[in-house]
Ligand binder design. Structure first.
Ligand code: AKG
Length: 328
């Protein structure tokens, strides 16, 4: 447990604060370092920026807010690991030694290389998945077995659920199997898990049409095309027609050629939405889909009987290639 009243001792956090609250007073942190910093402090990016921009806190207030956000989740050991990693030292996996943890097998790795996505079976246990599923229903004030409750105001017209720190969701971020699979894909263990939200995609109704996200990228399409991973954990079984995560398999290998085929003057993103077809990916409770960020992807309309309930998370190394430019 960190001591209250003492500084967190992370100079990059001061730089991050100065950049957002006193523009011009500090050079920006490289984007990959900023991502590591926030993930290492168990902070969500949007939540942090919203706090800084709305509250304009002093640095001491900001540090106090960081402590409040995560209760006792941020231990001294976690802070030491973050300080060492930011200083350029090699650190191991957050969840301990991964040598004996079962990760992706050879077939799954081959699938990953060919298709740019992989289903990590039993990424978390069915009990852990169900606990997180129920936490999302509770947070939204809904009942799993009462369809009318699925369209409460609390959801709004969106599939995102801003629940991030429920113990069930926190526990899932520490799944050794998830850390192992990502270590295999990144080829390293110094990974930082993002503090992302949950998701709830109920069956479509006349007064609740599917709101998206439709086909998109969360990445720049500018070269060089680098590796980054995104992920979604299914907290209950998801059939293909049940609002499944969808993507264009194999596109990470075709992007470069495809960009050359986009008609001159056309908006790349609109062109992609008009011409590419996504495949919905069914999987079971507790499975995680990990995808290459260069795959166009989105969610899909739920035409089944039950909601799709998920938790989002990504794992990235301390430093990695990151291109700021956005090509559209
Ligand atoms: O919820 C989904 O199925 C898609 C998620 C998505 O589009 C994203 O995380 O960028």
């Amino acid at each position: 447990m960190i001591e209250t009243g003492t500084s967190l001792g992370i100079k990059e956090l001061h730089t991050y604060w100065a950049r957002e609250c006193a523009p011009g007073s500090a050079a920006p942190l490289p984007q990959d370092v900023a991502k590591t910093l926030l993930a290492g402090l168990r902070l969500n990016v949007l939540e942090t920026l919203r706090y800084l921009h709305h509250q304009r806190p002093s640095y001491a207030q900001f540090e106090a807010w960081v402590r409040e956000c995560h209760g006792d989740e941020l231990t001294e050991a976690a802070l030491v690991r973050l300080r060492r990693a930011l200083a350029g030292e090699t650190v191991g996996a957050e969840v301990g030694n991964l040598d004996d943890v079962e990760g992706l097998d050879a077939d799954e790795l081959a699938h990953w290389h060919e298709h740019g996505y992989v289903i990590l079976r039993d990424a978390i246990s069915v009990e852990a998945a169900e606990a997180a599923e129920m936490a999302i229903y509770d947070f939204l004030g809904m009942s799993r077995d009462d369809p009318d409750s699925w369209y409460r105001q609390s959801l709004g017209h969106s599939i995102w659920v801003p629940l991030m720190r429920h113990p069930a969701l926190v526990a899932n971020r520490r799944s050794p199997r998830i850390h192992k699979a990502h270590a295999q894909l990144w080829g390293r263990e110094d990974l930082w898990v993002t503090i992302d939200q949950g998701g709830f995609n109920p069956p479509e109704r006349a007064d609740w049409p599917f709101p998206g996200p439709h086909l998109h990228w969360d990445a720049t399409l500018a070269e060089p095309h680098c590796l980054d991973l995104q992920g979604i954990v299914y907290l209950a079984d998801v059939a293909e027609d049940q609002g499944a995560f969808s993507c264009v398999p194999g596109f990470h290998r075709k992007l470069k050629q495809w960009l050359k085929s986009v008609p001159e003057g056309a908006n790349v993103h609109s062109h992609a939405g008009r011409t590419l077809t996504m495949k919905p990916i069914a999987a079971r409770r507790g499975d995680m889909i990990i995808w290459h960020h260069l795959l166009p992807h989105g969610s899909s309309p739920n035409r089944a009987q039950r909601p799709r309930v998920v938790q989002y998370m990504s794992l990235r190394p301390t430093r990695f290639a990151y291109t700021e430019e956005w090509k559209s």
